[in-house]
Design a protein around this ligand. Structure first.
Ligand SMILES: Cc1ncc(COP(=O)(O)O)c(C=O)c1O
Length: 440
């Protein structure tokens, strides 16, 4: 860092240079990065040091469900810091117990306990470990179109291409999950896609050896892969296949859970109950890192007299737990899940439909709640994905006009905080409409 750069002169340029000279970034080759400088935020807005404002339609990494700097959550973290800033996981702690109780209150009947982790990846890691210990089996089946996190087993459970350079853990196999717009099964409607995807999974289970499979791990609605809402009957069919072979079902709710789809858990849209629920992100909007596994009764009983070989120094960290308690209480009190349902399935879904009809560059829009994706194509008939340079240009134009998007491959994921207002949705959609008009 240049010696003349002092914190007295905080500016976009100072923070940018500080970052570029000292910070090693995720999922990137480091040479050619240009991180956007963010100074602060409130609600759905963020701003930089020059005062330029952005409407956050990314919820950062799809985690700030309650919006930025909610005063009740900030106050709860501050109060907990004043009382007890850290405590070992083996001790009983008020904030941890209250957080677990609140999470269980939103889980279906039959869930008994919560194991806390630092984030989503290690939550999947521990769910996988529980499933292996419980069943005495080793293999985990998961979908190619998925992301489960960046630790040893979680990245190998991930289906997307970030898995390939990280495949060091054994005991994983993958299958194709339903995605009608780009069907791997030559399906032309939801029923065909569902039936064929289940037949394919049945064959994968048979070929991998049903007695060697501990669990099927699935995002209830795959998020990073582009809001791939499973067709009616799919998750129920997966549950049936799992039950036939004594295989556990782990549903990863890290991105889709805690209000994002207009329900507390995304699997509530379907008639399915998992054995383990994995959560993180929205549980406390990421104000303090936290994740975990909600454990069903039979698995709890197993571990009553079997050792669980797993743990983390910060499991149930009190600052994260206080943030969970305040987040969930505030979401209840302020009707935030209902807001995600009403605004997301109302003005947001309708507006995106209109944008899709208007711009030939949009191949499909899909989603539920505040969990939508616009799939951009260079040709509507062939459905050829819009190439990366064109996507980068669109992303740049959206940011320039004050909208923070979440861009993945050829898609714009439209994922504002669950508190988003109708007026903010109108504002964001108008920027999207503008930018797509010049891109098309
Ligand atoms: C569905 C899902 N599972 C797990 C993870 C990993 O969570 P984390 O980055 O908190 O470890 C993510 C992150 O995006 C996710 O979307």
């Amino acid at each position: 860092m240049n010696d003349s750069m002092t914190p007295d002169a905080v500016s976009n340029e100072y923070v940018y240079q500080l970052d570029r000279q000292n910070v090693f970034h995720s999922w990137s080759s480091q040479g050619n990065l240009s991180p956007l400088v963010i100074a602060g935020g409130r609600g759905c807005k963020m701003w930089d040091y020059s005062g330029k404002e952005y409407l956050d339609f990314s919820s950062q990494l799809v985690n700030t469900n309650i919006g930025h700097q909610h005063p009740k959550v900030i106050a709860a973290i501050q109060a907990q810091a004043g009382e007890l800033a850290t405590v070992a996981p083996a001790h009983a702690n008020l904030a941890r117990g209250e957080a677990a109780k609140r999470i269980l209150a939103h889980a279906p009947q039959g869930f008994e306990k919560v194991f806390f982790t630092n984030a989503g990846a290690d939550a999947n890691e521990n769910a996988i470990r529980m499933a292996r210990a419980y069943t005495g089996r080793d293999k985990i089946l998961s979908a190619y179109r998925s992301y489960h996190g960046n630790t040893g087993a979680a990245i190998v459970a991930t289906g997307d291409p970030r898995r390939v350079p990280n495949e060091f853990a054994r005991g994983h196999a993958h299958f194709f999950n339903p995605y009608l717009y780009r069907s791997d099964f030559w399906a032309s409607n939801e029923e065909e896609e569902c039936e064929r995807a289940l037949m394919h999974l049945k064959r994968v289970i048979e070929c991998e050896g049903p007695k060697s499979i501990a669990a099927i791990l699935l995002e209830s609605i795959p998020g990073t892969a582009g809001m791939l809402i499973p067709p009616k009957g799919y998750l129920e069919g997966v549950r049936r296949l799992a039950d036939q072979h004594g295989i556990l079902l782990i549903l990863d709710e890290v991105m889709a859970g805690f209000g994002r789809t207009g329900r507390w858990f995304a699997f509530e849209h379907f008639n399915v109950k998992p054995d383990l629920i994995v959560f993180a992100k929205g549980v406390n909007s990421g104000y303090v890192p936290a994740g975990g596994v909600v454990v069903s009764e039979p698995i709890c009983r197993h571990f009553d007299d079997h050792m669980f070989f797993g743990g983390l120094t910060y499991s149930g960290h009190p600052l994260a737990m206080a943030a969970i308690v305040a987040t969930l209480d505030t979401m209840e009190a302020e009707g935030i899940v209902d807001n995600a349902d009403r605004v997301g399935n109302g003005v947001l879904a309708d507006g995106l439909k209109q944008i899709a009809e208007k711009h030939a560059i949009v191949g499909e829009t899909r989603g539920v709640g505040v969990f939508h994706a616009l799939e951009l194509v260079s040709d509507r008939d062939s459905r050829a994905p819009l190439p990366a340079p064109a996507m980068a240009k669109i992303k740049g134009a959206l940011i320039e006009k004050g909208l923070l998007p979440f861009v993945v491959e050829n898609r714009i994921h439209v994922v504002p905080p669950c508190i988003v207002s109708e007026a903010e949705v109108e504002q964001g959609l108008s920027i999207l409409d503008d930018v797509l008009s010049t891109a098309g």
